[in-house]
Design a protein around this ligand. Structure first.
Ligand SMILES: *Cc1c(COP(=O)(O)O)cnc(C)c1O
Length: 481
């Protein structure tokens, strides 16, 4: 399997080469040259693997189709080490939870529980594997890596929990001082591992991101200090997410003649892009429903064919903050496929076009209609009022508490139900991470998993710093030798 860039660069690379890289050299995103096809016999075999050997074995089977530069035994060992019940909270790793009241003939829909990993959001599903892949590949090369990033919450903590104690890896994570939820701050700052560095920047998330960009543009610094990233454009993260679409499908169906649909709370289009990949491989997915919050860049595209990135001032701070994006960094992957893999046009609209004009318009292009027909995409948006109502409804009807992002998914899914096709909504976080909105909706505190009792009172390790690139660089230098 070789990987190419969506912007047409001539290089073809292997999995482990792109594992530690971010963007392709031409600014594009990596995709496999072609999607491996799962025919009926292969799907039957994967169902058996899932049923008899579980999630880690299924992950190994799916990953093997895309990774041919790690020996099979090693890859299997990495999957087994990653997806264990002690880390993800259940034998199934990603159990389906039916939303079904007594007396109802069939569930209204299912939630696929992806949020029982160490940081209680779905990002653990991919990040935990990434941590083990990084440690493996760095040891093989005899290299080290310093991961430098910016987080407004979920990504940073998932990365830190995945990389803590890993040989060859250090993490330097910036976050806006005092702006994450108290629970999120406690999660990150209570990590005392020597290879984890929390830097709280006096400013907002954009200040953190600007610092990361400035450091990334300093190629000499980047090379000297072996700076890398773990952001959502990393192909390995996306690939790890493909696996749970298969696991969700096998749990919701009895035979391979059946189809399912997925609704995915979306921000950077990473999670739902993994669904697109699964569908392209031949997994019987009917619809892929993209759910956004008030930051509806993606919903607007699927409704109109116009993709219009937002400025900082037009990006809303919402009660589903992990979906507060101004542009969707993985979207280029899907558009590349939508345009029949035309790299010249992809480069034109995402490269110069987008930075000059701030939008592109495919409404007059006959291929735009294929997003809904050939590729199965639908979309919808949700607001703060919708979230509150949905959290209340699900609690009243099913006695289940859902988080604000999952609520966006459930709200949008309700508009796309089909009695013939089970609907699976991806549960992307647990309510305890966003307790204030749960209290607003239900007048009570969300349940707290026992391992998180009292974390707000634990000792914290965090360096507060002015929003100044030079200070941050000096801190990295000091802690690299
Ligand atoms: C990151 C995140 C999302 C958005 O996922 P994308 O892959 O960026 O589309 C949704 N919900 C939660 C809780 C998240 O942490």
């Amino acid at each position: 399997m070789r990987y190419l860039s969506t912007r047409g660069h001539a290089d073809r690379k292997q999995f482990c080469e792109i594992l530690l890289e971010g963007l392709a050299p031409d600014g594009g995103l990596y995709l496999p040259e072609s999607y491996p096809q799962i025919d009926a016999a292969a799907l039957t075999r994967l169902r058996q693997v899932w049923q008899s050997q579980g999630y880690a074995a299924l992950a190994f089977e799916v990953l093997s189709l895309y990774i041919d530069d790690i020996p099979s035994d090693d890859l299997l060992a990495l999957c087994r080490k990653t997806y264990i019940p002690e880390v993800f909270g259940s034998k199934e790793i990603v159990p389906l939870k039916p939303l079904q009241a007594t007396g109802q003939a069939q569930p209204e829909m299912f939630l696929e529980a992806l949020s029982n990993g160490p940081t209680l959001a779905f990002k653990d599903m991919a990040m935990q594997l990434l941590g083990n892949l990084f440690e493996y590949e760095l040891a093989r090369r005899g290299e080290a890596l310093n991961i430098f990033g910016a987080t407004s919450g979920d990504t940073g903590s998932a990365a830190e929990y995945a990389m803590r104690g890993k040989k060859g890896v250090r993490v330097f994570m910036t976050s806006p001082n005092g702006r994450m939820s108290p629970f999120q701050q406690a999660q990150m700052f209570s990590l005392l591992d020597e290879n984890i560095h929390n830097i709280a920047i006096e400013g907002v998330f954009d200040d953190c991101q600007d610092i990361v960009k400035a450091v990334s543009n300093d190629l000499e610094f980047k090379r000297q200090y072996k700076i890398g990233t773990v952001n959502s454009i990393n192909w390995a993260r996306l690939l790890a997410q493909v696996v749970y679409y298969f696991a969700g499908y096998f749990q919701a169906t009895k035979s391979n003649d059946q189809k399912v649909s997925f609704t995915v709370p979306s921000g950077n289009f990473g999670n739902v892009c993994a669904g697109h990949v699964a569908r392209m491989m031949g997994l019987p997915i009917d619809r892929l429903v993209v759910a956004t919050n008030e930051n509806d860049v993606l919903d607007e595209f699927f409704r109109t064919g116009i993709y219009r990135v937002r400025g900082t001032a037009d990006t809303h701070e919402t009660s589903s903050p992990s979906m507060d994006i101004s542009k969707a960094s993985n979207f280029e992957r899907f558009v590349f496929d939508l345009l029949g893999r035309d790299a010249v046009q992809t480069k034109a609209i995402f490269g110069e076009g987008l930075s000059r004009q701030g939008f592109f318009d495919l409404s007059g292009d006959p291929r735009f209609a294929h997003a809904a027909t050939t590729y199965g995409f639908d979309s919808g948006r949700s607001t703060h009022a919708d979230r509150l109502k949905t959290i209340q409804d699900v609690f009243a009807s099913y006695g289940m508490m859902i988080d604000t992002h999952t609520a966006d998914g459930v709200k949008v899914a309700k508009a796309h139900l089909n009695p013939q096709v089970p609907m699976i909504v991806l549960e992307t976080a647990l309510p305890i991470k966003f307790a204030a909105t749960i209290v607003e909706a239900l007048g009570r505190q969300p349940e707290r998993p026992p391992q998180f009792e009292g974390i707000e009172a634990l000792p914290k390790r965090v360096q507060v710093m002015k929003a100044d690139v030079a200070l941050v660089k000096a801190y990295i230098q000091q802690h690299c030798d």
